[in-house]
Design a protein around this ligand. Sequence first.
Ligand SMILES: Cc1cc2nc3c(=O)[nH]c(=O)nc-3n(C[C@H](O)[C@H](O)[C@H](O)COP(=O)(O)OP(=O)(O)OC[C@H]3O[C@@H](n4cnc5c(N)ncnc54)[C@H](O)[C@@H]3O)c2cc1C
Length: 384
Amino acid sequence: MARAVVVGAGLGGLASAIALRRRGWEVAVLERRAHADEVGAGIAVWPNALRALDALGPGARARELGTVEIGGGIRTRSGRWLARVDASDLRRRQHDEVVVLARPDLHALLRAAAPAVREGVAVARVDPGDTGRPAVVHDDAGGRHEAELVVAADGLHSTVRAAFWPAATVRDTGRTAFRLVAIHRLDAGGESWGGGDLVGLGPLPGGRTYLYAVVPTADVPAGADPLPWLRARLAGWHTPIPAVLDAAEGPVLAHTLADLRPPSSWHHGRVALLGDAAHAMTPNLGQGAAQAFLDAVALAEEATADPASLAGYDRRRRRAAEAVAQRSRRAGEVASWRAPLAVAVRDALVAALPARASAAALDRLLGTPGDAPGDRAPAGRTAE
Ligand SMILES: Cc1cc2nc3c(=O)[nH]c(=O)nc-3n(C[C@H](O)[C@H](O)[C@H](O)COP(=O)(O)OP(=O)(O)OC[C@H]3O[C@@H](n4cnc5c(N)ncnc54)[C@H](O)[C@@H]3O)c2cc1C
């Protein structure tokens, strides 16, 4: 049986471990954190991600555990709707809606379906191997792990990517995202834009709400307690944003937002890049994890014990995921405009866009329900 080592037990690493095992690989998952559990508030799982989860197994359970988006769209900070997304229309076109889950629940779901994770094992370097010899993964405790395939799913600051693709560096966007969960039952979700800030709302199970806010990093005072700061910053925004902030429970997470200069390829010897290690993107389209799930499905379908097979994975996924990352970056820039004239023109254009045109753009992003996740599915290939 061919052996695969997956570096990193985030959403992408676990998805690839599940996919590879289903194709007959013997899989080891190495995670540097002592406890691989995911922290975090919510996560939106779009129909393309749900289809990939169906191909991996846990799709139905993800739909059960999450809450279906109650419809939403884009609003101004005063609450005026610029564009609406009709949940039933999305369901008609995509056969699914957007499901919002607590992030730890999604991670736990994948973890339960994945091979056991070896926690506290940090990968220090990888000998990529080639056709004639296996790859060797070296951990920082002196351990050696031989494999016919190494999946670098070690995230935005990937150690493995830095060794073989040094030009694929991290780009800071100059923006910071805050995320929290509140005890609040939402009537409508979506995003609101105003004066360089952006606030998103999504419904979580149990009458809870997932709120994220993205602001220019330069405006965030060093050492500020994030919750009172956000309450003051967003005090004049439309309902229910102030009420959601007042009902926040648990910690507020803060991350500076970054994406990646695209690597020139996604494979080197027996090493394949996957997830954020390959295409970290800004969260504006809610597609980072979705694209990682599509990577996982495609990688498992394409990879064999012959490293030349990784070119097929690269062909199927690299340009497609890069296009989504680029679109996400652009969406983040436009949503963060501050100049009043530019904001007025943007808002007018978004409001004037026919619903059909935005639906078509969304369908191009999400693909067609009948298509196999990750573009196409060569029949019955398994690891040798
Ligand atoms: C604010 C925000 C909101 C988002 N919202 C959405 C959303 O709504 N929908 C969506 O689809 N996506 C969303 N995303 C994107 C999504 O969170 C990521 O794309 C996804 O979690 C990436 O998973 P990953 O497994 O590739 O990387 P990671 O989650 O970063 O996992 C990498 C893992 O590798 C481990 N690791 C690192 N180095 C080593 C090493 N040397 N040895 C061993 N282990 C190592 C790390 O500890 C970590 O566990 C959002 C992102 C952000 C920042």
